[in-house]
Design a protein around this ligand. Structure first.
Ligand SMILES: [Zn+2]
Length: 400
């Protein structure tokens, strides 16, 4: 295969998570056991240093009808408001009318914040269910995959283009990036929000690796991709969302100078060696150590007769459960708030999803799959903590 970013063929396998089911598809009871499995393996490009999956599950399989809703958690909604405010300050009041296009706009949570700032908004969302939810909530949303063709069909320029958490799972990477350049006004700002690979490595958050995430970016390699299409990042900051996300501000090349904070972040990448192959080789070894540690913990809790539930049924949790082999041998169920997952079963390990408000007795231990909401989870479960329920965080990204 060729590198998805630079076309080089010097790719080295660095982390093999085996065959895994498509982790965003929670199963209806009648589907249990018939879910397909696909290779989940990370390779590293020796030319541009981009980590990426070497197997592509078709986008129509993955994004036709996903059930992830942005609006479900408060901290995510707060984050989207911050992003809207940040970008609005940059666009300033020089424009009498302001417009924004959101790619992968989900249920419209991000666009609602732009609407309240007076923007004319348009969402593009590939999941039909989710696009309907957005339209019903008054956020105009086209049910399509965004790419160069979609951009031509929409046929207008936007002052702001936003892409939160979609830029790393683009099968049509170059067509999408071209589409963004086409749709961005001359002085417009493209806000790209992506999981930051440097943080994934530092936190050992390998569960962020799943089939939808074809690419794992640091600033150095996303910059290479943008430059290839006449775009350039001029500013960025690290947000705690999803355990460490980069919020990058991009414009047409040579329109705005780089900020000091972007230059500092690039220097930190160099000194941490997060773009070096050696770091990726170590990553694989560290993941296996984590597996031994977690299984030892769960074994001892089980031996002590403790009742263990999973906290949250996030998509990424399935990577972890399947790779570690954590199913009914350890956990009774996954406790979740997202009602779209009610009555479903986790792919691969077949753990039933139970709604938090329907739980009759709490467990002795929560194995927290939704670890990125640590602060929120600990704050919401004060009474359980007081009565001695343990919350075990397999990944600790700090109080994000
Ligand atoms: Zn490459």
């Amino acid at each position: 295969m060729q590198c998805r970013v630079c076309d080089a063929t010097e790719l080295e396998p660095v982390l093999d998570l085996g065959n895994q089911p498509w982790c965003n598809h929670f199963l209806r009871p009648e589907e249990v056991g018939s879910e397909p499995f696909y290779p989940l393996r990370v390779v590293y490009c020796h030319r541009c240093a981009t980590a990426q999956l070497d197997h592509t599950v078709k986008k129509e399989v993955m994004f036709g009808d996903h059930t992830y809703l942005s609006g479900v958690t408060r901290s995510l909604s707060d984050h989207f408001r911050t992003v809207a405010d940040e970008v609005n300050q940059r666009i300033g009041n020089r424009l009498s009318s302001k417009s924004v296009l959101d790619i992968g706009s989900n249920d419209g949570t991000q666009l609602k914040h732009f609407q309240s700032l007076g923007y004319d908004v348009l969402g593009v969302e590939s999941s039909k269910t989710t696009a309907n939810i957005a339209n019903e909530a008054g956020v105009p949303t086209v049910n399509e995959f965004f790419n160069l063709e979609t951009s031509k069909t929409i046929s207008r320029k936007f002052d702001v283009i936003n892409a939160a958490g979609v830029f790393f799972h683009l099968e049509e990477l170059h067509s999408v990036t071209e589409g963004i350049r086409e749709s961005l006004s001359h002085e417009g700002i493209f806000v790209v929000q992506f999981l930051y690979m440097k943080r994934i490595i530092e936190n050992l958050a390998f569960d962020q690796i799943y089939h939808e995430h074809l690419l794992y970016y640091n600033l150095k390699n996303i910059e290479a991709l943008l430059n290839r299409h006449g775009l350039a990042m001029f500013d960025a900051y690290l947000s705690p969302i999803h355990g460490g996300s980069m919020i990058g501000f991009v414009t047409h090349q040579d329109v705005r100078p780089s900020t000091d904070r972007l230059n500092d972040l690039l220097k930190q990448e160099d000194s941490s060696r997060c773009n070096d192959i050696i770091t990726y080789r170590n990553f694989s070894r560290r993941v296996d150590q984590m597996k031994q540690r977690d299984l030892a913990y769960l074994d001892s809790a089980k031996t002590a007769g403790k009742k263990i539930f999973g906290m949250g049924a996030p998509v990424k949790g399935n990577t972890l459960l399947n790779y570690f082999g954590i199913g009914k041998n350890y956990l009774e169920c996954l406790v979740e708030k997202n009602r779209l997952r009610k009555g479903l079963v986790s792919p691969g390990m077949h753990l039933p999803v139970v709604m938090e408000d329907e739980l009759s007795t709490p467990p002795d231990v929560y194995y927290v799959l939704a670890w990125n909401f640590k602060k929120e989870i600990l704050a919401n479960n004060k009474p359980l903590l007081d009565r001695g329920t343990e919350f075990y965080f397999p990944v600790d990204a700090g109080a994000a």
